[in-house]
Design a protein around this ligand. Structure first.
Ligand code: HMG
Ligand code: MG
Length: 297
């Protein structure tokens, strides 16, 4: 059955912007984060402490973190692929980080330059140090419904990787349909296999809307009781290592759907639309959110 409330994890400042060729100013990123906060978004992934050679757009992670407005209700998080990333996140005062791996060997090689097995070797010291510093760790699995290099991915492999992340101490495991090829029945089957290994309450849905399937996939998964959704305002985003991958499902579309279903999120749709419109102006393009286009001024 459907959950009563859904936790939204807003990933636009990181996932949303990482694929932009033009470097977006720190002030514009901070304005986005602040708009989101004022719209009632409680979980915001603000940066990635990754190699600036790999993702130049995220080279300003420390500056973004330094400019955050402290708000006891808001949890800011950042990606940390290794100990070097975690150390930088600790210096920046970040209290929640995310490690990321994949259910596809080829994608993992392209994205973080190591095998799935090696990624777990890297995460072990990250988990340990994070624990010592009272930092929560989230885990991402990419390519859960398809890989740009390998095609179909076995849901059993997704479930194994999700379980390993959870066993190693990730409080939440986000299931990424990185290239958006998933369809509802497969999405539900994949989630169901993961939920056999990891509590449903710990699983997050991170769907990209490349093929226009994201809301349908979410609805199918919500039916099983999933209650955490990653989304990106104005539907911005993509992955530099998944060619053609477009944005995450837009937060405005998700909130509109959840409002219509009577599922609580604590987020104000009008405020969210404003946030999406401002960043769309910065990016000089129309919003990818149909809800924003229909309701925005
Ligand atoms: P590597 O080249 O194998 O790393 O990259 P290395 O350990 O050999 O180090 C090479 C250089 O990078 C060294 O510098 C290190 O100091 C530096 P040099 O000596 O050459 O000057 N370095 C770092 N610098 C800053 N921060 C760090 C760091 N680590 C090493 N943390 C590495 C391996 C993992 C670092 C690299 O592959 C990387 O940064 N990858 C990140 C790619 C990325 O950010 N992808 C996008 C996010 S994932 C995603 O979008 C999917 C998701 O949204 C879910 C979904 O949709 O599926 C999460
Ligand atoms: Mg993503």
């Amino acid at each position: 059955s459907y959950p009563q409330a859904v936790k939204i994890v807003e990933v636009s400042p990181r996932d949303g912007l990482q694929n932009e060729a033009r470097i977006i100013a720190v002030e514009d990123k901070l304005a986005l984060i602040n708009d989101l906060r004022l719209a009632g978004v409680r979980h915001i992934e603000v940066a990635g402490f990754v190699s600036p050679k790999w993702v130049p757009q995220l080279a300003d992670a420390a500056a973004v973190c330094a400019g955050l407005t402290a708000d006891p209700k808001v949890h800011y998080s950042a990606l940390t692929p290794n100990l070097k990333g975690l150390d930088a996140a600790i210096v920046a005062g970040i209290k929640e980080v995310a490690v990321f791996t994949a259910a596809s060997e080829s994608f993992n090689q392209k994205n973080i330059n190591c095998s799935i097995e090696e990624s777990f070797d890297r995460f072990a010291p990250v988990m340990e140090k994070a624990r010592d510093h009272d930092i929560k760790v989230r885990g991402y699995v990419s390519c859960v419904l398809g890989c740009p290099y390998e095609g179909e991915i076995e849901p059993q492999v997704v479930a194994q990787v999700a379980k390993r992340l959870s066993d190693m101490g990730c409080y939440e495991v986000s299931l990424g349909d990185t290239i958006g090829t998933g369809t509802p029945v497969k999405a539900r089957q994949m989630l169901s296999m993961c939920a056999d290994q990891v509590n449903m309450a710990q699983l997050a849905l991170h769907f990209h809307d490349t093929y226009g399937q994201a809301l349908a996939n979410l609805q199918a998964c919500l039916e099983l009781g999933a209650a955490v959704i990653d989304s990106s305002v104005a539907g911005i985003g993509g992955c530099p290592y998944a060619k053609g991958a477009t944005g995450n499902v837009s937060t405005e579309n998700v909130i509109y759907m959840l409002n219509g279903m009577g599922i609580e999120t604590g987020i104000d749709l009008a405020g969210l639309i404003k946030a999406g419109q401002r960043i769309s102006r910065v990016l000089d393009r129309q919003s990818n959110s149909q809800v924003s286009r229909a309701m925005g001024s």
